[in-house]
Design a protein around this ligand. Sequence first.
Ligand SMILES: Nc1ncnc2c1ncn2[C@@H]1O[C@H](COP(=O)(O)OP(=O)(O)OP(=O)(O)O)[C@@H](O)[C@H]1O
Length: 238
Amino acid sequence: MVTELFPLVLEGAETSRRGKRLVGPADLTLDGRGLCVVMGPNGAGKTTLLRLMHGTARLTGGTVRWACDTGVARHHQAFVFQRPIVLRRTVEDNLIYPLRLRGVARGVAREAARKWAKRVGLELHLPRRAMVLSGGEQQKLALARALITDPALVFLDEPTASLDGRATREIEAILLQAKGEGTRLILSTHDMGQARRIADQVVFILGGKVHETGPADAFFDGPQTPEARAFLKGDIVE
Ligand SMILES: Nc1ncnc2c1ncn2[C@@H]1O[C@H](COP(=O)(O)OP(=O)(O)OP(=O)(O)O)[C@@H](O)[C@H]1O
C-alpha cells in the first residue's frame, strides 16, 4: 500500500536560530494535492519553511505532523536544492547511488539509471563525470536522482533560480510529468511566471509568516491581502 503522507499540518511551527525567529509561528494545512508553490520575496523564509517541513531545520516551537509516522514520512521524501548537489562520480553512479543505499541490486539500479537519464535528456552523458555537466544538466541530474527512488513527495528549493529559460522549461516539464504520475511537489520560487505556470496551490510567505494560502487560481486572480496584491504587481514587498 502507498504510504499516505498528507495532510501535513503545521501548528504554531517555528524555527529560531540564536534567539532570532526565522520562520513562524506558522499554522498551515497542506492536503498535498498537485504542486504547491511557496512564494515570497528574498529572505521571506521560503527555504527555511521547506526545511522545517522536511525536518532539516530545527523545530523550536509548535508541531509539524504528517498523516503517518514522521520517520516514515521523511523516508518517502527527497529534497532538491537551488544549487545542484552532484557527487564526484559519473552521471550513472550519481543515479545509482540512492538506489544502492536502499539495497537495490546493481543491475536493477543500472536499468533505472538508464531510464531516468533518458527521461531527463542525459542518456548520452551516463559515463561522463557529473562535475563537468552544465548547471542545467546538473540540476536535471539532481532531479532525476531525487525521483529515481519514487518518493511520495519532493521539496524543491528554487530549483531553476540560476538556469536559463530553456533549462527552466525542461525542468518544469519533468516536474509536471512527475506530478502527473502522483508525486507530490512543494517548490519554492520568487519567479512569478513560474508560479503561474505550474502552481496548483500557493503559500505566500512574508517576514517568516505564512501570509496567505489557497488554490493558485484564486490567489492569482484575487489575492486577499494588500501585500500579496503588491507582490503580484511586482512591487517591492518587505
Ligand atoms: N542558518 C541561518 N542562520 C541565521 N539566519 C538564517 C539562516 N538561514 C536563514 N537565515 C535567515 O532567515 C531568513 C529567511 O531565510 P530563507 O533563506 O529561508 O529565505 P528565502 O525566502 O528562501 O530567501 P531567498 O529567496 O533569498 O532564497 C533570512 O533573514 C535569512 O538571513
